[in-house]
Design a protein around this ligand. Sequence first.
Ligand code: LLP
Length: 414
Amino acid sequence: MEAFHYLNQALHCEQLPLKQLAREQGTPLYIYSRQLLEENYRAFDQAFAALPHLVCYAVKANSNLSILKLFHDLGSGFDIVSGGELFRVRQVESDPQKIVFSGVGKRISEIDYGLKTNILLFNVESWGELEVIQARAKSLNQTARIAFRINPNVDPQTHRHIATGLGEHKFGVPAEETISLYQQARTLSHVEITGISCHVGSQLTSLAPFVDAAQKILTLVRELEALGIALKYIDLGGGLGVRYRDESPPTRRDYAQTLAGCLEGSGKVLILEPGRTLAADAGVLLTEVLYLKKSQERQFVIVDAGMNDLIRPGLYDAFHEIRPVEQTTAPSMAADVVGPVCETTDFLARQRDLPAVAPGALLAIMDAGAYGFSLSSNYNSRPRPAEVLVHSGNYQVIRKRESYEDLIRGERRS
Ligand code: LLP
């Protein structure tokens, strides 16, 4: 059974009616299905069973502690991009030897934190960063395990805001410089060269860019080995897309088989950093209709969730399916579903066919489990929503709804 499905015309998450959650926890509300999170992780991990591999969930996709704990309990490691994310994953007894640290601008304090935690790998994005890592490792009398993140100059054919692997992007080091960087790195006393990494973008819906990148990386691995620089890990990042509307991304199995085909016989341990493919479809944002309003050109459905709660439509023009919580036979209408925030980009859908709804109706914004809450903010001084994790007919509040007091914590009046 689908994790989100209709039963007697009422939308459920697993066995729980969303209407009950709205009544008990209010709206806007993030709702996650434990069953689907688990299924997604297992399917991903098992698809790679034939290869020695380590799944490092990309914490940025959804960093709630309960979600991290859930993935940890299933065996996952973590891909982090900040000291804050490291702090989070340390709260769930994560194994430091399953943590990789990516990101283009690591601060000294963050590098120190990673070194003291003895994480598996720093994915290094510039020579300058490596010099800092060397200096800090030396002063802490530690050895830093590192991989350079290579920018393979591959077009991921995704939205321009979430493409990362082209020469015009700030990420990684240019592929042409790889050999000389590794040769220089070899001379550093407190750095252990352990791997090579890349990540070409997010929401990829075809395999070709993954294959291009993997092949480029493998060519570099062979060149390095010819120079006596042997690596243990190849980290191919995240990026596998999901279906929001009518995309048909590769299945996890095809993705895994294709990467396995590229890596066959390389003898390396493959690291993967999936985010969206594990979390997106396992979460929805539940919102209540406040008002209907018509302009000369548009029908607006004004809801209580705004761009501060889910920014993907406003930021990337992203499409999220919207389902009424009560199925009706009302005729459909084309509407703009908009939030209360004072910005024109505060919309959840534009010109969308929806069954006619009235104030008080509940709507579920689908596929909001990844880059939903984690990208939320307090803009317009709006307390952020609660998050709940559903497990069959029960649920737990895994993050309390913020209060007005939360909004001013740490501020002073004068
Ligand atoms: N590894 C690295 C180094 C990354 O930068 C990312 C995502 C991932 C892994 C995970 O990628 P995924 O498997 O989730 O595609 N806010 C945007 C997505 C930004 C992705 C940033 N990096 C969105 O809502 O579409």
